[in-house]
Write a protein that binds this ligand. Structure first.
Ligand code: SAM
Length: 218
């Protein structure tokens, strides 16, 4: 199996990573097409392994109000929306209107458009402007913005809600001293530090693909 570059973890043994992906059930036509588009255009989507983890967390928690920070072509959004069901409200955000246009077309074809609000602009500004509390906030924006994302997102989660962040091992760089000027690695490290030292959260870093940090607000 040839795993596309955009899904490789950068630290997991290739045979183990291939094994993990070979186990996954086939996806439907729309989701497979999104995966192909992402592989061809090097769009950094979460991929099917992390997507299944997100879907599982949404199903177990019964999440209905979900806010996504950094949605690109809407791959993770489709998985969140399908897992949450027809009554759910999912907010898609991305700074690139072209991404939003492509994502909206996929949402129609995936049969989830009615449950997704598509917003373009700075994701953290959009979250600040939104109202009410969320059951799940999924964070996948630029890594240098991760500490700001934690500061903005955590007060907006309901008690028992989940703050989930992708790429928290950052190709393994999170485990090593960041090079001078590497604000992305520093951002990831700072987020991991914040959420693991908070008394208001129960946090776990799952070393799946590029690392996923899952935090439950106590
Ligand atoms: C890693 S991709 C998201 C992938 C998506 N979560 C998925 O798995 O399908 C990150 C996206 O976030 C967007 N982005 C990064 N920082 C942002 C910000 N502060 N506000 C809005 N969008 C942002 C980028 O344009 C990019 O499309």
């Amino acid at each position: 199996m040839k795993l596309p570059k955009n899904l490789r973890s950068g630290f997991m043994r290739e045979d183990v990573e291939n094994y993990l992906y070979e186990l996954l059930p086939a996806r439907d036509k729309v989701v497979s097409e999104m995966e192909e588009y992402a592989a061809q255009h090097n769009v950094p989507i979460i991929g099917p392994a992390v997507a299944r983890l997100l879907a599982l967390l949404v199903q177990i928690s019964g999440a209905q109000r979900i806010f996504e920070l950094g949605s690109a072509i809407g791959y993770s959004t489709v998985w969140l929306a399908r897992a949450a069901g027809p009554q759910a409200e999912i907010t898609y955000t991305d700074s690139d209107p072209q991404n939003a246009k492509r994502a909206s077309a996929y949402f129609k074809r995936a049969g989830v458009a009615k449950r997704i609000r598509v917003e373009t602009g700075d994701a953290l500004t959009l979250l600040k402007k939104s109202t009410g509390k969320f059951d799940v906030i999924f964070n996948d924006i630029y890594k240098r913005e991760y500490p700001a994302a934690a500061r903005v997102a955590l007060p907006r989660l309901r008690r028992g809600g989940l703050f989930i962040t992708d790429n928290t091992l950052w190709s393994g760089k999170a485990a090593r001293k960041a090079a001078a000027g590497d604000s992305d690695t520093r951002g990831v490290q700072e987020l991991n530090r914040i959420v693991h030292s908070s008394k208001d959260l129960f946090s776990v870093l799952i070393p799946l693909r590029d690392g996923v940090t899952v935090c439950r607000k106590l």
